[in-house]
Design a protein around this ligand. Structure first.
Ligand SMILES: [Zn+2]
Length: 569
């Protein structure tokens, strides 16, 4: 039997076009498949996907580090718009062969369930629809990515207003808040029109696949096998009952501390205990070196993995001209290594972002022990469980001499993080409730009805802030939530993960080493077990129950009170 030999490394595919890769897929599509060949066939297919996805990841990393280089941009675009979508199509075909062969092992059960689902909901007619949605998504990115505001006589991109939103001067904060909202007010009609088209295409794709609406389609499409739309509504309810009033209490304390009659939306980011934002580090060497120490204190093995990332240059952390915005952790499947990208400027947020991305990186290290590429990534709920748990496991180790903060600073940073957890739970519930409304109410294609629904839902979850006279700015908030445009229904995963992470944190307060060991065992499972078992292994329960969620919210609230009492009065 003649078998096409794979290229030895992803580097050999750096300049590949789809025509260069297609023959390997042709070979896999044609090779005889039976009991005696299926395992080597699977292995070859997995190694091919490792090579191509790593070549694509390397191209993406190179581009995001240097967006001004036209060749790097072309390489990245070739992979993201040409190679990967075509590979995806061919993968469904190979998955069908595998499923039809009857092959099954316990370690492949979750993968086969995903393959079967992809095959069931695949429709030829939807290929064109999803590619049109990709184009609309790119248009959203172009419109929002090019938004500039005039600030003190200078044109600036929106993220640069962030420090001014934290200003101790209330007038500066208000100006920054209004400036940040203004491009979205200007572009409201364009973005609404864009969303109208996305809505129509998504509902059509769902109907093509035999579903009543896009919400019902997305559950199988995102392999949500272990919870239902009704569970998501239980989550909304639980957050409304527990986190929303906790946020209201928390904001009342903030209001008093700031000596204000009412809290306005521009009063939420300022630190009421400090005149100037904390500066946890000044150089990238310091940023990285202290992180190495912090992870070593969480677990020596994690410290060693982070050291490997330093040694092998798998970190690009400081903000520089020409870098794309944001942060991510990407897995290089052939090498079995993660890569972390971010834009640090020396703030507390940067430390928290690095803890988060490092959680993803440790997940990549741990799950690489699974032999096949599909056995490693368990879906966003478990992925974010890994990253959000790391924020909480590393949080107590951020004090000097190893970490970034003097004792008082550490309290401030920790308080900010705990408050963010409660605020984000409320935000997550409202975003998911809103997306549910969009695709199930029947009125989601009506721009004015959508905006009105957002205000209604926001009112339900977001309390303690006076938005009067700012309805348009409040509406603008959902247009800024890129997931609603680009990754529909991707949001509740963060909430599910946070509820798991809070349980890991609760365990760690009783037994730090034990909780970290459970955490690492859960990460090593990769995707070979279902979500409830991954949670159990991590020492947590996958739950939507108001009682359990209420207990976790109470735990955070008590910790907030404890930390606050220790801060200078
Ligand atoms: Zn993440």
């Amino acid at each position: 039997m003649s078998v096409l030999a794979l290229p030895p490394s992803p580097g050999d595919l750096a300049k590949a076009r789809w025509e260069d890769i297609a023959p390997y897929f042709d070979d896999l599509a044609e090779r005889p498949l039976d009991e005696t060949t299926v395992e080597s066939w699977l292995d070859a297919w997995s190694r091919l996907e490792e090579l191509v996805t790593e070549a694509a990841a390397v191209a993406m990393i190179a581009y995001t580090i240097d967006t001004s280089d036209a060749e790097k941009e072309a390489d990245h675009l070739r992979f993201s718009t040409e190679v990967l979508p075509r590979m995806e199509e061919r993968s469904v075909e190979l998955a069908r062969r595998l499923v039809e062969s009857g092959f099954n092992t316990p370690a492949m059960e979750t993968t086969l369930a995903r393959f079967r689902t992809s095959i069931e909901i695949f429709r030829e007619a939807n290929v064109a629809i999803f590619s049109e949605l990709e184009e609309l998504s790119a248009r959203y990115q172009r419109i929002t990515g090019s938004m500039m505001v005039e600030w003190e006589g200078q044109e600036r991109p929106l993220p640069q207003l962030q420090p001014f939103l934290k200003s101790a001067d209330r007038a500066v904060r208000e100006r920054a808040f209004r400036a940040a909202a203004s491009p979205y007010l200007d572009k409201h009609d364009d973005l609404a029109g864009l969303f109208d088209r996305m809505y129509g295409l998504r509902q059509q794709a769902a109907r093509n696949a035999g579903f009543a609406n896009f919400r019902d389609y997305i559950f199988p499409a995102k392999y949500r096998f272990y919870y239902t739309p009704a569970d998501c509504e239980r989550f909304h309810h639980a957050i409304e009952e527990t986190a929303a009033p906790a946020v209201e209490r928390m904001l009342a304390v903030r209001r008093k501390r700031l000596s204000l009659d009412v809290l306005r939306p521009w009063d939420l980011a300022v630190d009421p205990y400090r005149q100037a934002p904390l500066r946890p580090f000044t150089t990238t060497e310091e940023f990285v070196g202290r992180a190495r120490g912090v992870f070593g204190k969480v677990d020596p093995a994690l410290g060693t993995e982070f050291q490997t990332m330093i040694d092998e240059r798998l970190l690009d952390l400081d903000s520089r001209k020409g870098k794309a915005p944001g942060g991510y952790c990407e897995t290089l499947h052939h090498r079995g290594r993660p890569f972390i990208f971010m834009n640090a400027v020396g703030l507390v947020d940067d430390v928290m972002t690095l803890l988060h991305e490092a959680g993803h990186a440790f997940h990549a290290f741990a799950s690489h022990s699974q032999p096949l590429i599909w056995q490693r990534h368990p879906g966003s709920e478990a992925a974010e469980l890994a990253s959000m748990s790391m924020e909480l496991l590393a949080g107590p180790h951020l004090a000097k001499p190893v970490g970034y903060f003097a004792t008082d600073e550490h309290r401030s940073a920790w308080l900010e993080h705990l408050e963010d957890i409660l605020l984000s739970l409320v935000h997550i519930a409202s975003v998911d409730a809103f997306q549910t409304w969009i695709y199930t109410s029947g009125d989601g294609g009506d721009a004015a009805a959508r905006d009105a629904a957002w205000l209604r839902i926001r009112q339900r979850f977001e309390r303690g802030v006076d938005w009067s006279g700012l309805e348009r700015e409040r509406v603008a908030r959902w247009y800024r939530q890129l997931h609603i445009f680009q990754y529909p229904f991707y949001y509740i995963e963060y909430g599910i993960a946070q509820i798991g992470a809070l349980q890991v944190w609760r365990n760690s307060r009783r037994d730090h080493a034990g909780a970290v060991a459970q955490y690492r065992r859960a990460l090593a499972l990769g995707a070979v077990r279902g979500l409830p078992e991954i949670y159990r292994t991590a020492g947590a329960e996958l739950t939507f129950d108001v009682k359990v969620i209420g207990e976790l919210v109470k735990l955070v609230e008590e910790e907030i009170e404890r930390v606050r009492a220790e801060l200078p009065g």
